[in-house]
Design a protein around this ligand. Sequence first.
Ligand code: ADP
Ligand code: ASP
Ligand code: MG
Length: 411
Amino acid sequence: MARLVMKFGGTSVANIDRIRNVARHVKREVDAGFDVAVVVSAMSGKTNELVGWVNEISKFHDPREYDAVVASGEQVTSGLLALALREAGWPARSWQGWQIPVRTNDAHGSARIESIDGAGLIEGFGRKEVAVIAGFQGVHEATGRITTLGRGGSDTSAVAIAAAIAADRCDIYTDVDGVYTTDPRVVPKARRLDRIAFEEMLEMASLGAKVLQVRSVEVAMVHKVKTFVRSSFDDPDDPRPGTLICDEEDILEQQVVTGIAFARDEAQITLRRVADKPGVAASIFVPLAEANINVDMIIQVVSDDAKTTDLTFTVTNADYERARAILDANKAEIGFSSLQGATEVVKISAIGVGMRSHAGVAAKAFKALADKGVNIRAITTSEIKFSVLIDAEYTELAVRTLHTLYGLDKA
Ligand code: ADP
Ligand code: ASP
Ligand code: MG
């Protein structure tokens, strides 16, 4: 029989009524003849609360115990949904990551799935059981310890399980009815997309659109999982299809720019009067890399005097203080005069596979932002996207300006 994975995010399972509503969505698909595996997140706000408790008790916590705590939110919702389904008369069974098992590496807190054994789930289908799976969690087999997949990781659980059981489709139910041209909560004129290409969704997600976790898009792309994003708030008896993530070739009317994303968790660091000689970039970026700090945008200014130069780059807000401390500790070796930092910055990106074949797409944006008095601190471009770093106070203005500029506003 055809198999289906349905994933429900935190707002969709936020309380008992909503869990019952999820059961109605599941019933529809079971009645349509699917063998169903449901993946659930923790109730909205739960994971934040759990992370908060961990930080309160131990600032530099043991990552294994962090995972033991934060994985628990999904254990609760998987059991509750299984009960809701059973109450309504459908056989259902909950599954924790280790019970399936969802095997991961040991990168606690942001573990990667290595393999999933779908046999137990499929056996359950044979007994007409709906499988209700705790998302976000797996197990590191050698140590037997619970791992978690990074924030937003239930999306990845769902797509990876869909690949493991060769599901026909993976439906990601959330609190919006699809993927929009930008976050509809920030730009009311954002338009829902019927389809978006894997590459574009990958960029959108990695550049700040948290509607899907980046890794879930990678898994969908590699394993060709037919993935939809749709709303759990639609009428369970008459839902809309949502947005399909698909191959570029399957999209007929391709825009130059498909979407605008923004990431508020950037911080900028500028090193003044760095010696302009070979090896300096390495002396800055090697210690940061060794501390697992990801550097994003990098700009080096050509020096006036051929002796010193200014170097600007960005890191995530979470790494900002650590990066500063490492650079200060290496000040003598790097040889800069001062370090300036800014955390109230945001990275705004425009994404579209059409950029490959159109010139001047970014230039239009620079002009439009300048006309609105928005100063650009840094720029990066690649084949299908460009990003600008600006002051955070201009976020809404800049996102809306670019959204209108590229013809994305809904009529
Ligand atoms: P869930 O808890 O269901 O996983 P998330 O909060 O992780 O839901 O993701 C859904 C949210 O993503 C939406 O409420 C929306 O505000 C945000 N979002 C950001 N960018 C986009 C976009 N381009 N399209 C749709 N939603 C977006
Ligand atoms: N509950 C986890 C989180 O909040 C995983 C998820 O919702 O996808 O990050
Ligand atoms: Mg999410």
